[in-house]
Write a protein that binds this ligand. Structure first.
Ligand SMILES: Nc1ncnc2c1ncn2[C@@H]1O[C@H](COP(=O)(O)OP(=O)(O)O)[C@@H](O)[C@H]1O
Ligand SMILES: [Mg+2]
Length: 290
């Protein structure tokens, strides 16, 4: 696990910046679905903070808020009254109906969500290719971005299916609690089925353990268990439970802007660095094979 007291954390953004220079720039467009059918495991928090960390090192990022609760939109300070073109419009009317909104973070845009999205599952039920609506829209939109992160709702319904069909990779946040692994096999089965039916290149890129409490023996046991079962799919960086993370959305800011030096913010910067390293390693393998 990454020790949060590690002195290299002193200026984590610079560290990520240096990393990008060291590892080179990956200009391949990528779409990542942040998914777990459980609620409250850190999907939205991970989406917002990874996006912020990667935007800070020059990547052009788009967040698709695909949860009718609109927490990603709120967490980035987009008031409900300002959400005029939303993920609902994107799904029902296509890419031409939506211009992504800029956020206060340079390089980070979002397509926000409102409660309208809760009706989409039912309204779209008779549409042929209803599983591929987001993919079709992103085929048009995603070229403008280095990375698209889809913040999925807490269910394996049509919205998550659309995210998995559109995505290259799935990132799974798992909360460090007793039932962490429960439900993971159902999610992995769903990914497998989507892979077979619609999206053969879809992979689970990683699992990120969230809300880790170092004083809690159970938290430590969960980390060991998940690593034993899922091996190197699990990111080394573990996100600690940190009050700054939980209060940040009420300020409409990612924790990295709300409390940059908090353990939660620094862990997310470290996670972004680990993602960049993995990406670079993968690229080298691919280049070696070519
Ligand atoms: N590392 C953390 N430490 C403390 N609170 C957290 C942390 N990560 C998430 N939270 C809080 O837990 C709740 C659920 O997180 P969220 O990211 O919204 O989960 P999900 O999107 O999976 O439902 C939110 O109130 C969020 O602020
Ligand atoms: Mg959420």
């Amino acid at each position: 696990m990454t020790p949060i007291s590690d002195p290299t954390y002193a200026n984590p953004l610079c560290d990520t910046d240096r990393l990008t220079q060291e590892l080179g720039y990956d200009n391949s467009r990528k779409i990542i679905a942040v998914a777990n059918q459980k609620g409250g495991v850190g999907k939205t928090t991970t989406t917002i903070n990874l996006a912020t960390a990667l935007a800070a090192v020059g990547r052009k990022i788009l967040i698709i808020d695909s949860d009718s609760q609109g927490n990603a939109s709120t967490g980035l300070g987009i008031a409900p009254s300002d959400r005029r073109q939303t993920t609902y419009d994107l799904l029902t009317r296509g890419a031409s109906a939506v211009v992504p909104m800029a956020t206060s973070i340079p390089g980070l845009s979002i397509i926000p969500a409102t409660v309208d999205l809760s009706g989409a599952e039912i309204e779209l039920v008779d549409i042929p290719d209803r599983h591929a609506l987001l993919k079709t829209a992103l085929d048009e939109l995603a070229g403008d971005y280095d990375l698209v992160l889809i913040d999925c709702p807490p269910a394996l319904g049509l919205l998550t299916l659309n995210a998995l069909v559109a995505a290259d990779e799935v990132l799974v946040p798992l909360q460090c609690e007793f039932f962490a692994l429960e439900g993971l096999s159902m999610l992995l089965n769903t990914v497998e089925r989507v892979c077979q039916a619609y999206n053969p290149d879809l992979t689970v890129s990683g699992i990120v353990l969230t809300m880790y409490d170092k004083r809690n023996r159970l938290s430590r046991e969960v980390v060991d268990d998940v690593r034993r079962v899922m091996g190197d799919k699990v990111y080394q960086t573990v996100i600690p439970r940190n009050v700054r993370v939980s209060e940040a959305p009420s300020y409409g800011k990612p924790v990295m802007l709300h409390a940059f030096h908090s353990s939660g913010a620094q862990a997310y910067v470290h996670l972004a660095g680990e993602m960049l390293r993995r990406e670079a390693a993968q690229r080298h393998v691919l280049q070696g094979a070519a």
